[in-house]
Design a protein around this ligand. Structure first.
Ligand code: AMP
Length: 395
């Protein structure tokens, strides 16, 4: 893995693909700057080593040039976080863009206009990638959030830097976190897979079975398994079409000596509503017109035993509808259990969408070993896929 830490970038113009696809409010202010903070170590390292940093990113999904999605809006926030003035180039590629970069001194940071103002970016068009490559002497990819896309700036551009392409520090951290779980994790390795649907997690479940010792299944996915086993799930979210698939997954787990843990009891409600009537029921005995929206206290206790013993923990997907306060207990409880195991020396990776949102919301982010910045990219990595953005740096 070619990384930036020990390289000399003095007097070099370095292109850094970052993921500054941040949310903006009506006033075009950044409302969550996590992604900017995440790229800071890489940019700082390059600047300190004497490089001129040219930042490339997309913002939103424009269909062409769109003033609302101009990166000029985020310049103040990026400047504030980096603690230095960030220059903005209205042109993404071309003569004026090159001139703009040439006019800045080494040690300066320049943010180029939104890559996705060009449809060639997402098409992975070679000439566009070449035009981007013409802007600098070296290429660093630090955009894990888009590493699963074969876009011009995330993958194709790397061909133009056969010797000068590098993993940024964030990208490296993400790759190492995945390796730590999927390849080199201390046993027992536990995966906790929650979330809404079995259909969206099937590939990940299948691919994990080769690397783990324990599997906790939580969230809305549970009821497809319970129904397949003959239980009553009432109005809980369920995918009856996947009955056979669910059963065969459980069989595969047994063959591979993976212990599967399903909830014992669940919190059920008479409506999908925070104000609904609530009671606790055994997971296989959910009455008609009731739906399970969280796991119950016995489930949490039994999950706790598994979490305590695990030395490596992967968590993807909440245990209940944590967005509603009264159905968040399972997810919060599990988060705390993982935090305490981590404090005892276990390695914990939280990755993929909603579980990341949950640990942030409940203030547990700093108590996990690693919280991933990439939703789709993390999911695809856990599915065992080689991400184009990473493959391009390794080839
Ligand atoms: P995913 O994106 O697949 O990880 O799913 C996350 C979503 O699953 C969250 O929005 C949760 O509200 C939802 N979820 C978790 N448990 C349940 C449940 N028992 N019933 C319905 N939705 C659930």
């Amino acid at each position: 893995m070619n990384t930036i830490e020990n390289e000399d970038f003095n007097q070099k113009t370095v292109l850094v693909r970052v993921d500054f696809n941040v949310p903006l409010n009506d006033q075009f202010e950044v409302t969550d700057s996590t992604r900017i903070h995440a790229a800071k170590p890489t940019i700082e390292t390059l600047v300190k080593s004497g490089a001129k940093c040219v930042l490339l990113t997309h913002l939103g999904r424009p269909k062409g040039p769109d003033p609302d999605l101009s990166l000029k809006h985020i310049v103040p926030e990026v400047s504030k976080i980096l603690g230095q003035r960030v220059h903005f180039s209205e042109q993404t590629i071309g003569k004026q863009a090159v001139e703009m970069i040439t006019n800045q001194a080494f040690g300066e940071v320049i943010l180029m206009e939104n890559l996705r103002f060009f449809s060639e970016e997402t098409q992975g068009e070679k000439n566009f990638a070449r035009a981007l490559a013409d802007l600098g002497d070296a290429y660093v990819n630090d955009a894990f959030g888009t590493a699963h896309r074969a876009h011009a700036s995330t993958a194709i551009i790397a061909d133009f830097f056969p010797k000068d392409k590098y993993f940024g520090m964030l990208l490296k951290g993400e790759v190492e976190a995945i390796q730590q779980v999927m390849e080199t994790g201390k046993k027992p390795v536990l995966a906790i897979i929650g979330g809404a649907k079995v259909s969206s997690k099937l590939t990940i479940l299948e691919s994990l079975l080769d690397n783990i010792d324990d599997l906790i299944i939580g969230g809305g996915m549970v009821y497809t398994f319970i129904q397949a086993q003959g239980g009553s799930v009432g109005d809980s979210i369920c995918e009856p079409d996947l009955k056979e698939t669910a059963l065969s997954l459980l069989e595969k787990a047994t063959k591979k000596n993976v212990r599967v843990h399903l909830p014992i009891d669940v919190k059920i409600a008479d409506a999908f509503d925070n104000e609904a009537q609530i009671k606790t029921a055994p997971v296989s005995e959910i009455p008609d017109n009731w739906m399970a929206l969280d796991c119950g206290p016995k489930s949490l206790e039994s999950f706790g035993d598994v979490v305590r013993q695990a030395k490596t923990i992967l968590w993807n997907g909440p245990l209940g509808v944590f967005e509603m306060e009264r159905f968040a207990e399972g997810t919060i409880g599990l988060g705390k259990q993982i935090a305490s195991s981590t404090a005892q020396g276990a390695y914990s990776l939280v990755g993929g969408g909603d579980s990341v949102a949950a640990v942030k919301r409940f203030g547990l982010e700093n108590q996990m070993s690693y919280v991933s910045t990439g939703g789709g990219a993390m999911l695809e990595s856990l599915e065992g896929k080689q991400l184009p953005g990473i493959a391009a740096l390794l080839s």
